[in-house]
Design a protein around this ligand. Structure first.
Ligand code: XMP
Length: 525
C-alpha cells in the first residue's frame, strides 16, 4: 500500500545503500534509535533516484565484495557529486576511495575483531569520540581490503595501531569513510559517530517517534481507503497483526473486519482471550472461525515437519479464502508485514529454505484484494512502541513470538488431539510459573514446552509407566535469526516439573534443551 512515509519523511531521512553486509540492518536500527527515519535500498539505486528522495544523507554499507573483483557490486559514482553528505562504512569506504581516485589495497588476510584506533586529528565525524587525552577508542573491524591512500582533498583522521586507515573525511564536501563498523556495540564511540553524522553533518532532527508515526499513518490509511471501502484484517493474535488492527480501527472505525482462524494449534485459553480482546475493543466486525477439526483431520498420520507446515499453510489459505469470499464490499486486505520481512524478502539474496514459514502472503493476488501493510517500515520493537501508544493491552504487546503452524511444530511426530491437550496443559503451567520470574521473562525471547516424540519409562506409585518426555526450551535473541539458550531459574524448573508430575500424569520425564541457534533452530520442527 502507499502507507509509505517515504515522501513525508524524506526531508529528514537517511538512505542506506545495502552492499550485503550482515550489519546493514543494524545500521538502520542505530539510526532509528536516534529517532531519525531511514530506509535500506539496494546498492545499485541510481543517484537520480536518491536525489529524488531528498534525503539528508547517504550511508554506503559494508559488504563481502572487493572493489577489484570482477563483477564487484558498485554504487552509482554520481552519488558523490549530489552535494548530499555520504558516509562509507568498510566496503563503502573502499568504494569511495576507488571512485574518488584514492588507492585500495587488496588484502590477503582478513582482520576481524576489536582494534585500537588512534585519532590523528578530529573532524566533525569523529568529534568527541575519545574523552581521554590519549585519543584512543576501540572499534570493530571486519575487512580484508584496505584504503592505502585517501582520495585527493581527504584527511586521514584515525589509524589502527597496525597503521591501517581507520577514518578519513573531506569535511568541505561532507564525504567521510570509516574502515570499522560504528553500528556494532563493540565500537565504543559508535553512537557518538553515528549521531555526529546524523545531526552535525546531515542536519537531521530526532523526530521519528511512535506518536508521530501514528499521527502520520492514520490520515494516510484514510486517504488510501477512501470513505466507503472496507478492509479485511487477518489477525493472528500476535503483536504485528494486532497493532495493524488497532491502527485500522483508529483510522476507519467500523469499516474494519477482523478475521481470526482458530486452527486448534494455539495455546490454552488463547482463542478465548483473542475473541474477548478484539470483539470488545474494536469497533468493526470480528469474525472468529473455529477450524480445529478441519486442521486436525488434515494432519492425521503426518510426521514429516515440512509436510506438516505445508498442510497447515495450505489449509489456512483455504479457510481464509472461504470466509473472505463471503464478505461483500471488502476490497482491501491488511497484513502485519514489518520491516525485517520486507528486507529479508527483498534486497538480500534469498537464503536456503530452512523451514517454510507460514503466513498469509500470496493471498491477495489469489483473492483479488489490494494489500495494505502499514507497519512495513517498522522494526519489531518500534511496532511494540506504536502498540503501547495505541493503548493495546500489555498482554498482547509483550507476547512472545509464536509460529504460524503453532504447537504442531512443538509436537515431534504426528499431531493428535491427545498430544495437543498434553502440550497445551504443560505450556500453560510453564507460562504461569514463568510469570512469577520477571527477570527471566524479561531476558527471554521465547520459552516454551515441546513434546519430544521420545517415550520413556517412569515409575508412579510403585508401578511402571511408559509415556512421553517433555522438553523446556528458553532462548534469548535479538531477532530470531540467531539465539542463545538460557537457563530458567532453578526454582522455576523445580515448580514446573513438580506441577507437571502432579497435573499431567501421562508425562514421564522433563528435559532441558540446551541448544543455541545455530546449530538448532528455535522451534523443534
Ligand atoms: P526458527 O524455528 O526458524 O524460528 O529458528 C525463528 C523464529 O520464528 C518463529 N517461527 C515462525 N513464525 N511463522 C511465523 O510467523 C512460522 O512458520 C514460524 N516458524 C518459526 C519462531 O517461533 C521463532 O521466534
Amino acid at each position: 500500500m502507499s502507507t509509505n512515509c517515504r515522501n513525508e519523511n524524506s526531508d529528514n531521512s537517511i538512505i542506506i545503500l545495502d552492499f550485503g553486509s550482515q550489519y546493514s540492518m543494524l545500521i538502520a536500527r542505530r539510526i532509528r534509535e536516534a529517532r531519525v527515519y531511514c530506509e535500506i535500498l539496494p546498492y545499485h539505486t541510481s543517484a537520480a533516484e536518491i536525489a529524488s528522495r531528498k534525503s539528508r544523507g547517504v550511508i554506503i554499507s559494508g559488504g563481502p565484495g572487493s572493489v577489484y573483483e570482477e563483477g564487484a557490486p558498485l554504487c552509482d559514482p554520481k552519488i558523490f557529486t549530489l552535494g548530499v553528505p555520504v558516509l562509507g562504512i568498510c566496503y563503502g569506504m573502499q568504494l569511495m576511495a576507488f571512485f574518488l581516485r584514492g588507492q585500495v589495497n587488496k588484502g590477503h588476510k582478513s582482520e576481524l575483531g576489536k582494534a585500537e584506533v588512534h585519532i590523528i586529528q578530529e573532524d566533525p565525524l569523529i568529534a568527541g569520540v575519545s574523552p581521554s587525552e590519549e585519543n584512543i577508542f576501540h572499534a570493530w573491524m571486519s575487512h580484508r581490503d584496505q584504503v592505502l591512500s585517501p582520495p585527493l582533498g581527504f584527511q586521514v583522521t584515525a589509524r589502527t595501531s597496525n597503521g591501517i586507515i581507520a577514518a578519513m573525511g573531506s569535511p568541505g564536501e561532507k564525504i567521510y569513510g570509516l574502515q570499522f563498523h560504528p553500528e556494532v556495540v563493540h565500537t565504543t564511540a559508535g553512537t557518538t559517530i553515528i549521531n555526529n553524522f546524523l545531526f552535525n553533518i546531515c542536519g537531521c532532527s530526532p523526530g521519528w517517534t511512535p506518536g508521530n508515526f501514528i499521527e502520520k499513518t492514520i490520515p494516510e490509511i484514510q486517504a488510501e481507503i477512501g470513505n466507503k471501502e472496507r478492509v479485511l484484517c487477518a489477525l493472528s493474535g500476535g503483536v504485528d497483526s494486532s497493532v495493524v488492527a488497532f491502527l485500522l480501527d483508529k483510522a476507519l472505525k467500523e469499516r474494519v473486519v477482523c478475521i481470526f482462524v482458530d486452527h486448534g494449534l494455539i495455546r490454552e485459553h488463547e482463542a478465548r482471550e483473542i475473541n474477548n480482546t478484539f470483539s470488545q475493543m474494536l469497533k468493526g466486525d470480528f469474525i472468529f472461525i473455529d477450524a480445529r477439526e478441519r486442521f486436525l483431520k488434515k494432519l492425521t498420520g503426518i510426521t514429516d515437519p515440512e509436510e506438516k507446515r505445508r498442510i497447515i499453510g495450505r489449509e489456512f489459505i483455504e479457510v481464509f479464502k472461504d470466509a473472505a469470499l463471503s464478505l461483500k464490499g471488502v476490497n482491501y486486505l491488511a497484513q502485519g508485514t514489518i520491516y525485517s520481512d520486507v528486507i529479508e524478502s527483498g534486497s538480500l539474496p534469498s537464503a536456503e529454505t530452512i523451514k517454510s514459514h507460514h503466513n498469509v502472503g500470496g493471498l491477495p493476488a489469489e483473492l483479488g484484494f489490494k494489500l495494505i501493510e502499514p507497519l512495513k517500515e517498522l522494526f519489531k520493537d518500534e511496532v511494540r512502541q506504536v502498540g503501547r501508544q495505541l493503548g493495546i493491552p500489555a498482554s498482547i504487546i509483550d507476547r512472545q513470538p509464536f509460529p504460524g503452524p503453532g504447537l504442531a511444530v512443538r509436537i515431534v511426530g504426528e499431531v493428535t488431539a491427545e498430544k495437543l491437550d498434553l502440550l497445551k496443559k504443560a505450556d500453560y503451567i510453564l507460562q504461569q510459573e514463568a510469570s512469577r520470574c520477571p527477570s527471566f521473562t524479561g531476558q527471554a525471547w521465547q520459552y516454551f514446552a515441546v513434546l519430544t516424540g521420545i517415550q520413556s519409562v517412569g515409575v508412579r506409585e510403585g508401578k511402571r509407566t511408559y509415556g512421553p518426555a517433555l522438553a523446556i526450551r528458553a532462548v534469548s535473541s535479538e531477532d530470531g535469526m540467531t539465539a542463545e539458550w538460557i537457563l530458567p531459574p532453578v526454582e522455576l524448573l523445580q515448580r514446573f516439573t513438580c506441577r507437571v508430575y502432579q497435573e499431567i500424569p501421562e508425562i514421564t520425564r522433563v528435559l532441558l534443551d540446551t541448544t543455541s541457534k545455530p546449530p538448532g533452530t528455535i522451534e523443534w520442527e
